[in-house]
Design a protein around this ligand. Structure first.
Ligand SMILES: Cc1ncc(COP(=O)(O)O)c(C=O)c1O
Length: 380
């Protein structure tokens, strides 16, 4: 049996997304910047996709810019947010995705900003009192705090953080890559200035994404070139990806509650089965808290075991189970997770991030529990 429990790294494409993209590989190949009919029909598909995304997020099409994914959108928001708004101080946390952390570290290295990192406790919760103090001391800061953590699943309260950033006139960017397509984002009522998305996290194509920037917080372009994306991103558009991500988001919104109920049911069953068979099991961050974590992620901390030390992911892989030890986004190499380090996770215990999608089945969960029992010598 092959089991895929690495949906926070990427998801399988939905067939209906592929169907929507195919005509743009076959018949509609015009360059959207061309003014002839071949170009115009493709331009109209891009604008239709933009309108759809904007509608679903309760925003305006002029606030949506298509990108090559979450990483590019994060880089654009941070680098250009800082430059455009003359920002000299940035605040983030040590458990952000590297698309944010490395970008802000680079800005700090180049002397563009002073960077402050918020404290996190051993559950991965951010110190919001410290955020307020930093905002008070540094007006015109940029704050970048993710909606949900891709490794331990912790959800940040964007309304509360956003409200605080507004009090102090800060620019608020949130990496929403893990929540887009899984949670509703109501941007007319959420105090964020920029959020991002990568289509492959919700059954869309890899290399597709978008950036939302609030109308009154406009920023300069990151990629210079032609006038595409209303002068915000030069380069011929990834038409196929744009059509795909819009379709994927539409499908995600069509039955979000149903998908959530299905996945939450599986996560609950997984937690209960693990606790029953492996009583020493723990869950990293807030990932076992249904109110405060992504329903798509469960980060499991397993008891110390000689047989599995440093080998657990490999052993699971031998049984056909694909999961992850942390973020799988940056490279194939197994490097320690900066998130688990930041929350002082015991290095003697192996951690596995299992992540689910609407395509995950109970059979996959049960098979995984059986294999974990075998690997940990549990016979009952
Ligand atoms: C929280 C988070 N931010 C950013 C990214 C990068 O997105 P992309 O792969 O679309 O560049 C990922 C995953 O890859 C992620 O999980």
């Amino acid at each position: 049996m092959r089991v895929y429990l690495d949906n926070a790294a990427t998801t399988a494409m939905d067939d209906r997304v592929i169907e929507a993209m195919l005509p743009f590989m076959r018949q509609h190949y015009g360059n959207p910047s061309s003014v002839h009919s071949h170009g115009r029909e493709v331009r109209s598909a891009i604008e239709k996709a933009r309108k759809k995304v904007a509608e679903l997020l309760n925003s305006s099409p002029t606030e949506i810019f298509f990108t090559s994914g979450g990483t590019e959108a994060d880089n654009t928001a941070l680098v250009c947010g800082i430059e455009t708004h003359g920002i000299k101080h940035a605040i983030t946390s040590p458990i952000e995705h590297h698309a944010v952390l490395h970008t802000l570290e680079d800005c700090a290295k180049k002397g563009k900003v002073k960077l402050s990192l918020l404290d996190v406790n051993n559950k991965g919760e951010i110190n919001l009192d410290q955020l307020r103090e930093l905002l008070q001391a540094n007006p015109n800061s940029l704050v970048s705090l993710m909606h949900a953590n891709n490794e331990i699943g912790n959800i940040n309260d964007l309304a509360a953080i956003g409200g605080m950033t507004k009090e102090y006139g800060a620019f608020f960017h949130s990496d929403t890559v893990q929540t887009m397509g899984h949670f509703v984002h109501d941007l007319k009522n959420l105090p964020v200035d920029a959020i991002v998305s990568g289509g492959h996290k919700f059954h869309g194509p890899k290399g597709s994404g978008f950036l939302y920037v609030r109308k009154d917080k406009k920023i300069h372009p990151f990629i210079h070139g032609g006038a595409q994306e209303r002068n915000m991103r030069g380069g011929t558009e990834n038409v196929i990806g744009i059509v795909g991500i819009a379709k994927a988001l539409e499908l995600a919104y069509e039955d979000m509650a149903g998908h959530r109920a299905h996945i939450e049911g599986l996560k609950k069953h997984f937690i209960e089965s693990l606790q029953y068979h492996l009583p020493e099991v723990g869950f990293n961050g807030l990932s076992a808290d249904f109110e405060k974590s992504l329903y798509t992620v469960l980060n499991v901390s397993l008891p110390p075991s000689e047989e599995n030390r440093g080998m657990l992911l490999f052993n699971l892989d031998l049984h056909g189970i694909s999961a992850s030890g942390g973020s799988a986004c940056s490279s194939g190499a197994t490097v320690g997770s900066h998130v688990l380090r930041a929350i002082n996770h015991d290095p003697e215990r192996e951690s596995v991030r299992f992540s689910f999608s609407r395509f995950t089945t109970k059979e996959e969960i049960d098979y995984t529990v059986e294999k974990l029992k075998e690997l940990y010598g549990v016979t009952v």
